[in-house]
Design a protein around this ligand. Structure first.
Ligand code: ATP
Length: 290
């Protein structure tokens, strides 16, 4: 059997680290939105009794360091199904190490594909329990759309979907290590706490101006990203409603209500960013191709 899945990227409309827990994890408050840039993950059964990975990007590991590989292992461990053999092919379009959850999306896609191949019929909660063992963003990627994620990323609640808009993603030529970013929080702490209640009210009323005014990511307080100011300036000067960094960075995104403004900003961002994508919100984290 072959199962092909679209694995969508996400942005954080709000990201607050609430506190560091005794077990070393962090309690988070994240308003997350799936966006229309996706990796294509194809899981093909074979008789190798092992997991193999192929990918169109050279710098992505093809062994047990790959999040897709870890997801497959976690699926077999949780379901006690014997791995008869699979190949996972990943066509990456989501910029990686970008704060866009590209690896987590691939991991979620593998879990969804294996749930179909092995006819395990796992519920959303069961899928989420497998996903969270691999990474904080995997539970979100399994569901997607517009969600409030709390706890370590595993407590998900629906919020009203974002209105149609154009989102410009700009990733400078710089990678942020997520582990390092959390260590910076442990060392530096935060100086300002986002207005979480204000954001929830704005989401509830689907008021794009109010949402954009409340967008905030605490990682921006202690993670330096080259060109972030320039990127924000270009986005602002082209009439964006708002802008913010996603995840632990370095991607900065701008929200526009007008496609032409978004296209103009994207063209001007070429001096400051390596990867530039224009996308729109989507209502799923993963989608199996028909
Ligand atoms: P998040 O927003 O969840 O922190 P991210 O967008 O910052 O994710 P990823 O694209 O998930 O980062 O990649 C982080 C690191 O994980 C990269 O350095 C990459 O080498 C490694 N990695 C392992 N598997 C994958 C994968 N399937 N896709 C992308 N990166 C992967």
């Amino acid at each position: 059997m072959v199962v092909k899945v679209k694995a969508y990227a996400k942005i954080n409309l709000m990201l607050d680290i609430v506190n560091r827990r005794n077990d070393g994890y962090h309690d988070l408050f994240m308003i997350m939105q799936s966006v229309g840039v996706y990796d294509t993950v194809t899981v093909t059964e074979n008789k190798s009794k092992s997991i193999s990975i192929s990918c169109n990007i050279d710098s992505i590991p093809l062994d047990s360091r790959n999040i897709a590989y870890k997801a497959a292992e976690a699926f077999f461990a949780a379901t006690k199904k014997k791995n008869k053999g699979i190949n996972i092919d990943i066509v990456k379009r989501i910029p990686h190490a970008a704060g866009l959850a590209g690896g987590s999306a691939d991991g979620a896609a593998v879990i969804i594909a294996l749930n179909k191949i092995y006819k395990t019929n796992l519920s959303d909660d069961e899928l989420c329990r497998i996903g969270v063992k691999i990474g904080a963003d995997v539970p979100f990627c399994l569901t997607g759309g517009t969600l409030l994620a709390q706890g370590i990323g595993d407590v998900l609640n629906k919020v009203k979907p974002l209105r149609r808009c154009y989102i410009v993603l700009a990733k400078p030529d710089f990678d942020v290590n997520t582990g390092y970013a959390y260590k910076q929080f442990d060392t530096c702490g935060k100086t300002h706490t986002p207005d979480k209640l204000g954001m929830l009210c704005a989401m509830q009323s689907r008021d794009l101006d109010a949402i954009c005014a409340k967008m905030e990511n605490v990682f921006e307080q202690f993670i330096e990203v080259p060109n972030r100011i320039n990127i924000k300036e270009v986005i602002k000067n082209n009439g964006a409603k708002g802008f913010c960094m996603s995840g632990s960075g370095p991607t900065v995104f701008g929200i526009f209500d007008d496609k032409e403004k978004a296209q103009k900003a994207a063209a001007e961002l070429k001096d400051f960013a390596k990867d530039i994508v224009i996308c729109t919100p989507v209502n799923k984290g993963c989608k199996i191709y028909e």
